[in-house]
Design a binder for this molecule. Structure first.
Ligand code: SF4
Ligand code: SF4
Length: 272
């Protein structure tokens, strides 16, 4: 499901949740990084060694829940915005969810926002409990107060427009058709390519993943199209009418993941 839709399925999500016993004790990090992206600031930044060191830069980070204090430092440095801090221990039927948030303006404490699930569909209204500006240039964390039973469903939110004093009017799941994505939405995070730019290229006649890659570098960053590839394919399908399963995948040549230089040097004669 992850590679077809860009959205993690429940099996993956459950695999990174600490035990119910640990979750009831206090705040903890959830690392929803499932794509073997070669990076490790989460592990390097944790002052409590609660994320195991990555021996291979392509490994998935592993949390040691009993060492995690829920401080949020890792969430502020993760370039993939893949780490969330959850506190289910309040005991009043509510929970908090801290979300890395890169947009401006930041919401204010006590603002009402629309809480969204991993696909961008509306889940519930939520109140902003805290806004932490990013430390040392890191990503700000916005903490939402939510009903406990929704805290594993919500992963993003939409702020109310500036000056909009009306209550949020979303009342059901927003589908791809009923709620088009913003043109400024980033499709390729590694190369900073927006949905609007991808649409422009498709409109100009670049209608395969390889063509879009060559003209824009989409998919040539560290994640090697794991995230943007399916999203661009979906956009090609939507704009051209080509069925999604017939959109040609882009060419991948070895090495398909990052490797240390020593890997290539093993058999090399370096005596000259
Ligand atoms: S929330 Fe804090 S303690 Fe937990 S893994 Fe992240 S940096 Fe470490
Ligand atoms: S993307 Fe985030 S969670 Fe994944 S390895 Fe990099 S820093 Fe860690």
């Amino acid at each position: 499901m992850l590679y077809e839709t860009g959205i993690a399925g429940s099996d993956l999500i459950e695999s990174v949740l600490p035990s119910a016993e640990r979750r009831a004790k206090g705040p903890y990090a959830v690392i929803e990084c499932f794509q073997e992206i070669p990076c490790n600031p989460c592990s390097d930044s944790c002052p409590f060694d609660a994320i195991l060191p990555l021996e291979d830069i392509n490994e998935l980070p592993q949390l040691v829940p009993d060492l995690c204090t829920g401080c949020g430092i890792c969430a502020g440095v993760c370039p993939g915005l893949a780490i969330f801090i959850i506190d289910e221990s309040r005991g009043d039927g509510m929970a908090t969810l801290s979300i890395p948030y890169e947009f401006l303006p930041l919401p204010q404490k006590d603002d009402l926002v629309a809480a969204l699930d991993r696909s961008g569909a509306y889940v519930t209204d939520a109140r902003v409990a805290r806004v932490q500006r990013g430390r040392k240039g890191g990503t700000p964390l916005v903490t939402l107060s939510l009903p406990l039973d929704l805290v594993h469903e919500v992963r993003f939110f939409r702020a109310r427009e500036a000056g909009d004093g009306e209550p949020l009017a979303m009342t059901g799941a927003e589908t791809e058709d009923s709620q088009p994505m913003d043109e400024d939405a980033i499709l390729c995070r590694c190369e900073g390519l927006t949905l609007g730019e991808v649409r422009q290229l498709i409109a100009e006649g670049y209608t395969t993943l390889d063509e879009i890659k060559r003209i824009s570098r989409a998919g040539m960053g560290p994640c090697q199209a794991r995230t943007c590839g399916p999203l661009i394919a979906r956009e090609i399908s939507r704009m051209t009418g080509i069925p999604l399963e017939e959109v040609e995948p882009s060419a991948h040549r070895p090495p398909v993941k990052s490797l240390p230089l020593s890997f290539f040097m093993e058999d090399a004669d370096v005596t000259t």
